[in-house]
Design a protein around this ligand. Structure first.
Ligand code: ATP
Ligand code: MG
Length: 457
């Protein structure tokens, strides 16, 4: 790492912001994750600018900026769709609620501003006119050592703001750094502050964590320090719980392995994390196979995932997706009939199929350290079979039937009402078994039979 920062790493928009502030007589520095990531050779996702301009000056300098956190001195400048946070230099202040500083104290000194930041690697600033790096807390050497270390006394810093411990876990995963032992040791004693973090913030941090190559690095920190016992004790029931001959790992480690291998979007990874959450409560010893069984862990797991997702304030769509995936993650394809494949598609829902492929592959690969290609063969064959069935275009929902409710009412002289929906459902059941029967005459004949048998008319 050279002494000066290569200013070409910062985008033109950042230089534009700095130039505008200079024009008005203000100083500014590049700070935060942008500097950290550029210094470790990773393209930064976003850039932050710290300045001695006060919030009113910022609004004058950037009339179109969004006042995203004006009371903390932050405005967001939007340039070509990218967002840049520009923040007035702030000093340390007390946090009596564990979430927000009691008062915001603006300062003129960049070092004082860096001192209130969470980790040394996040407390680096760059002077944009010279490229000089301002590093009062040894952030550069921690970057090189890949060490995440709190700025100042970790216990005090964690006791003032409960979010920091969760950010620590996240950065261990996203940066693939080790947690400095003194920083790690300060987490358990400050969990009371962590308990005050809102569930929305926890969810957001989880989702950011899921962007790491191995989110399990963060979840291991959360488990070891007690954070997970606060936010999701259900997952801990699987820690140390041995499985059966099919698994090399205990329930917890299998969940970790499945999540790590389930690269996809973050919500899908939450489903991977929770997919076996029902196992501990369903474990039973089979005298016959002399091994553990987990009957219905998919159903029990779905029932557990629902309140977990509610508690963490996942949106309705996210919650449904996670719960559906937990409920349907288990399938054993051994050459099903076409009708069985159609029934499966109807049960899981077409929209969930792609997610289930990703999850199942991760599930199988997460059973042991090495999984050979033959283990993936049932999934491969099932995917082909499902694709074939979908391509055939056979009816998979009531909407795909060759008759609708009004046809049934007209042709069979039936009154409107619930009975019509029930009848359509029965027709779909039959068409699922026998797709060739999906034509009007056959369906009407079938409907007449059903009605006659039940005396519905
Ligand atoms: P990334 O954007 O990759 O998630 P980041 O480090 O940029 O990481 P931001 O949330 O964008 O994180 O915050 C920008 C900077 O503000 C951080 O680098 C850190 O210096 C400071 N910061 C953010 N949150 C806190 C906090 N809770 N306590 C102290 N400092 C914080
Ligand atoms: Mg950032």
């Amino acid at each position: 790492m050279n002494d000066a920062f290569d200013l070409r790493l910062a985008p033109a928009a950042v230089h534009g912001i700095v130039a505008r502030l200079r024009e008005l007589g203000f100083r500014s520095w590049l700070v935060g994750g942008g500097v950290r990531d550029a210094l470790r050779g990773v393209p930064p996702a976003d850039w932050d600018v710290a300045t001695d301009a006060r919030p009113d000056d910022l609004l004058r300098a950037f009339p179109k900026a969004v006042p995203t956190g004006l009371q903390h001195g932050t405005v967001t400048v939007v340039d070509a769709g990218a967002h840049y946070e520009v923040t007035t230099l702030r000093g340390e202040s007390a946090y009596s609620d564990g979430r927000h500083p009691d008062a915001v104290r603006f300062v003129d000194d960049i070092t004082a501003d860096l001192a209130r930041r969470d980790f040394t690697v996040n407390a680096l600033a760059v002077d944009p006119s010279t490229g000089a790096v301002i590093d009062p807390f040894g952030g550069k050497s921690d970057l090189q050592a890949r060490l995440l270390r709190a700025v100042g006394a970790p216990r005090e810093r964690f006791a003032e703001d409960g979010l920091r411990v969760l950010r620590a876990a996240r950065f261990v995963a996203t940066l693939e750094f080790e947690l400095d032992p003194a920083t790690a040791a300060a987490i358990a004693p400050t969990l009371d502050t962590f308990r005050k973090v809102s569930p929305e913030r926890v969810r957001d941090e989880w989702l950011k964590t899921m962007k790491a190559r191995s989110p399990s690095r963060a979840f291991e920190v959360m488990r070891a320090t007690g954070m997970l016992a606060v936010t999701c004790p259900e997952i801990l029931e699987g820690v140390g719980m041995a499985q059966n001959r099919w698994h090399a790992f205990d329930v917890w480690r299998h969940g970790m392995a499945c999540m790590d291998r389930c690269a996809g979007d973050p919500v899908l990874r939450v489903a991977a994390l929770l997919h076996d959450v029902g196992k501990p409560r369903t474990r039973a010893f089979s005298a016959k196979t002399k091994d553990w069984t987990f009957y219905d862990h998919d159903k029990v797991g779905a029932a557990m995932a629902e309140p977990i997702c509610e508690r963490l304030r996942f949106s309705t769509d996210e919650r449904r997706r996670i719960v559906d995936l937990v409920r349907h993650h288990l399938f054993h394809y051994d050459g099903w009939t076409d009708a069985a494949v159609r029934r499966w598609i109807r049960r899981v829902g077409r929209d969930r199929i792609e997610d289930l492929w990703t999850l199942n592959e991760a599930d199988v690969r997460g059973k042991a350290a090495a999984v050979d290609d033959a283990d993936m063969s049932p999934l491969r064959r099932m995917k082909e079979h499902v694709a074939r069935v979908l391509a055939a275009g056979d009816a998979l929902s009531v909407r795909d039937l060759a008759v609708d409710g009004s046809d049934l009412m007209r042709e069979l002289g039936l009154p409107p009402g619930k009975g019509i929906g029930v009848l359509l459902g029965e027709l779909l059941e039959r068409v699922t078994e026998e797709p060739a029967s999906n034509e009007p005459a056959a369906l009407l004949a079938m409907a007449r039979q059903i009605v006659a048998a039940r005396g519905m008319a």
